[in-house]
Ligand binder design. Structure first.
Ligand code: CP3
Length: 332
């Protein structure tokens, strides 16, 4: 396994691992080329041969230290029997949620649907190009998955109906059980690190964090600890990252670009990942590198994994990513 895992495990202080959320995606012409021929995004995620190719595309261009599997957090609702479609220019659209059917769906049916993801991990983790590097598997956070399943599209703001749903507790437990199953299979298949994307954590008021974020995430982290896999959490937009870390105790924490990195570096001791605004990759080269330097300086006495505060934007010039990665590799 690679320097990312070593950094999180505290073994290696000397290098700064680097990878990017959404490093495989629409900013890459070679991804767009494949996407043109594959209209159905879920089918594309469930095609191990092609999704392996996409997973490795960024590694052919940049000296990143990890690949993240080409997949999507919404494969869990898909596996639970809720339809998921990606409409161009709109994002995901989920079908009617038949909650009683979801609650009864057996693990074997879920795994049948998700098996291609495990095949993808098996064939990708053995590829030469990943020698000494990590392969990151992932799931959405329980709260974020609940939001998508009930809201059926990306939320602009929180619809309070979500809290009124009957069977909510059983649905949350079903999501947690499926997340655990999905994590275990990814690890068994060769994922060396797991990231949990709780992309809508920032929508919740503080009085709801306990029920919708802390309790479910604690259960999952207790599970990943038993599996022995390093887990990075990304509760995007959460107000109090320190409190989150004190309660959840993830192995590493990804921060978003709205929090002050200096305060984070002073208050949080575990390895920190990310933070820089993805829009910085749209700036000119020097401005971009100055911003990167700011993060590297602030975290110079900290275990730090270079990444962004959200995914790479589709408008990004791939050449800028190359310049950035090379800069970070030369930094120490
Ligand atoms: O390179 C990687 O990071 C790995 C692949 C990956 C994708 N989605 C591929 C993808 C990962 C880690 C995700 C996670 C994901 N998916 C999240 C959490 C991170 C975040 O962005 O907050 C969320 C909320 C989703 C759900 C999702 N998938 C949305 C809202 C969208 C549409 C908006 C968008 O950014 O395009 C997707 C589609 C999606 N997932 C694309 C890719 C490459 C674009 C698909 C396309 O139209 O070609």
């Amino acid at each position: 396994m690679g320097v990312l895992k070593d950094c999180i495990e505290n073994k290696d202080f000397t290098s700064i691992p680097v990878w990017f959320m959404r490093q495989a995606g629409r900013y890459l012409p070679e991804f767009r080329e494949i996407r043109k021929r594959n209209n159905n995004f879920i089918d594309l995620c469930l095609n191990p041969i092609v999704s392996k190719e996409i997973t490795l595309q960024p590694l052919k261009r940049f000296s990143v230290d990890a690949a993240i599997i080409f997949s999507d957090i919404l494969l869990i609702p898909h596996a639970l029997g809720q339809s998921v479609e990606f409409k161009r220019g709109f994002g995901p659209q989920l079908g009617e949620l038949e909650i009683n059917k979801v609650l009864e769906i057996p693990d074997s049916d879920i795994l049948n649907k998700l098996n291609p993801v495990y095949d993808l991990i098996k064939i990708t983790s053995k590829d030469e190009i990943l020698k000494g590097k990590d392969l990151i598997g992932f799931v959405g956070g329980t709260w974020t998955l609940l939001v998508y399943m009930l809201n059926r599209q990306s939320p602009k703001k929180l619809n309070d109906n979500i809290f009124l749903y009957s069977n909510k507790k059983q649905l949350i437990q079903k999501i947690i059980n499926t997340q655990k199953l999905h994590i275990k299979k990814q690890v068994d298949s060769g994922a060396s690190v797991i990231q949990i994307f709780d992309s809508w954590a920032g929508l919740l008021n503080n009085d709801k964090l306990e029920e919708f974020i802390y309790q479910p995430t604690l259960e999952i982290l207790e599970y990943t600890r038993k599996l022995g896999v390093q887990t990075i959490c990304f509760p995007r937009g959460i107000e109090n990252y320190k409190q989150y870390c004190d309660i959840i105790k993830p192995n590493a924490i990804n921060i978003d670009y709205e929090v002050d990195p200096k305060t984070i570096s002073e208050n949080i001791e575990i390895p920190i990942q990310g933070g820089m605004d993805p829009k910085c990759l749209l700036l000119d080269k020097n401005e971009m590198l100055n911003k990167a330097k700011e993060y590297l300086e602030i975290f110079k006495n900290h275990k730090y994994i270079f990444n962004l505060g959200h995914g790479v934007m589709p408008e990004t010039e791939p050449e800028n990513l190359k310049i950035l990665v090379d800069f970070i590799k030369d930094y120490r």
